[in-house]
Design a protein around this ligand. Structure first.
Ligand code: FAD
Length: 436
């Protein structure tokens, strides 16, 4: 493998490290940098290459939805000349790689961690594709987008209709000629729908419960208003939804071509066919829940409520900002469509954009709820020595994004530093201490 980090052989010659980091994406690199700041010895295992998911798991026209100024890796904020812009996928990967070059992490690329268990000695035993290691602290920074979700009933779709998950979507040309159904209206779904629509492909979209956000409102990026309003400092323990916030779908909008809102009603006027949530497949017949009207209304309600919050902030602060016309629905369905026949409509491909599940089956430690989700407080799990980083709402909205991972990484490095120094036995910070 062509690696930026040639010290692998030397790193692999030892079998014990005080800390092991799993994953060489922005989260793994951030914690590595923060551990270095504390002088804590560690090794990072990355099963592919640094920034792998940005280079390999995104479509060709992919760009950030969050503005470049929100890219704030620790002591390495975005330094380009377009802070209000939205980096394209190669630029994002280059930003992450530049951070890695600057911080020179003790990383071994091409080595995956396959199993973690508590050994008889009390240490964590870590099996990797390059052999066996032990450690006292392991930071899991593997991203949480491990298993692309496709419903079981997708198997009954006739074979002549191509189906892929959004992680495998690259561009309109790579889909067979004909009409395309995109299932899911989260950030990926709506952006893929727009990508196809702009390429003059006839698109159908299953609209789920995802909320939407304004892009620019009253003369400023909504994200800038939200930053000033303190939204990004809101921590999960103060969030009105509590830990349920972690399950919420992201607000949809796009950074494409300088960034804009996505109003699905306007796409409907331009010919995109909208349906409610997919309910099942009977042969080539697709069935939908009767929730299109409701889902469009709910997304707009969130959109309007964000505008309302910004209005209140502007009024409270006496800010001079241009007024905007109230939101009006550009279109509404006459009724909620319930079914569609693929062959009769000419649909030749389906893109499943309904998200991912994390896969932590390789961690044999009691740190998970019944659904396989890790338990932690700000990344510190109830199992001494086990930590998570880089997950959405780990602590704040920005925790699973470029904005907030630095704060969480600094926090974890501090916790680990104290524990290694014996100043913290690991019982105080976690929800409940438990030894495997
Ligand atoms: C479609 C999409 C759009 C997004 N858009 C934005 C956006 O606009 N702005 C924003 O700030 N964030 C965005 N995010 C969220 C977030 O920034 C990315 O998911 C980011 O890649 C998370 O970084 P990470 O380091 O936590 O995970 P990843 O970048 O996924 O890195 C994890 C690494 O761990 C490695 N790995 C996994 N398992 C193992 C193992 N067992 N052993 C060794 N290595 C392993 C993987 O190879 C990978 O390189 C988006 C996410 C997605 C999926």
């Amino acid at each position: 493998m062509n690696t930026l980090f040639p010290q692998s052989t030397q790193l692999l010659s030892r079998s014990h490290y005080p800390v092991i980091v799993v994953g060489g994406g922005q989260a793994g690199l951030s914690i590595s940098y923060c551990l270095q700041q504390h002088g804590i010895e560690h090794i990072v295992f990355e099963k592919n290459r640094v920034a792998h998911s940005w280079r390999n798991d995104r479509w060709d026209t992919f760009c950030l939805v969050t503005p470049n100024w929100q890219c704030r890796l620790p002591d390495f904020p975005y330094q380009g000349d377009d802070p209000q812009g939205f980096m394209l996928k190669d630029q994002i990967a280059e930003y992450v790689e530049a951070f890695a070059r600057k911080t020179a992490p003790p990383i071994v690329e091409g080595v995956g961690v396959q199993h973690v268990v508590r050994g008889k000695s009390g240490r964590l035993e870590v099996t990797t594709s390059a052999g066996q290691f032990s450690t006292d602290h392991i930071v899991v920074a593997t991203g949480g987008y491990d298993i692309p979700i496709v419903p079981a009933y997708a198997a009954s779709l006739p074979a002549h209709i191509k189906q892929i998950h959004s992680v495998d979507y690259r561009n309109p040309q790579s889909l067979p000629e004909g009409e395309v159904l995109v299932v899911g209206s989260g950030q990926s779904g709506v952006q893929i729908m727009e990508d196809l629509h702009l390429a003059s492909r006839k698109v159908h979209l299953c609209v789920g419960p995802a909320p939407r956000s304004p892009r620019v409102y009253r003369g400023r990026e909504a994200t800038e208003w939200l930053m000033d309003m303190g939204y990004y400092e809101l921590t999960i323990d103060r969030h009105p939804l509590g830990e349920k916030a972690r399950e919420k779908t992201n607000h949809y909008m796009t950074g494409r071509d300088g960034g804009h809102e996505i109003d699905l009603r306007k796409f409907a006027l331009e010919g995109v066919k909208l349906y409610g949530s997919m309910a099942g497949i009977q042969g080539g017949r697709l069935e939908f829940l009767p929730d299109l009207t409701q889902n469009l209304d709910d997304a707009d309600e969130v959109y309007v409520s964000i505008r309302r919050d910004i209005d209140k902030y502007i009024a409270a602060k006496g800010i001079d900002a241009p007024e905007e016309a109230p939101f009006e629905k550009a279109w509404a369905p006459e009724s909620d469509p319930l079914a569609l026949d693929c062959d009769a409509t000419g649909i030749t491909s389906i893109v499943w954009a309904i998200g991912f599940r994390p896969d932590y089956r390789w961690i044999e430690l009691p740190a998970f709820d019944g659904r396989g989700n890790p338990k932690y407080t700000r990344g510190v799990s109830p199992v001494p020595g086990l930590y998570f980083l880089g997950l959405p709402w780990l602590n704040t909205w920005g925790s699973g994004r470029f904005l907030g991972v630095a704060d969480d990484a600094r926090h974890l490095a501090e916790v680990i530093g104290k524990r290694l120094a014996g100043a913290d036995d690991g019982a105080g910070d976690a929800p409940q201490a438990a030894v495997a």
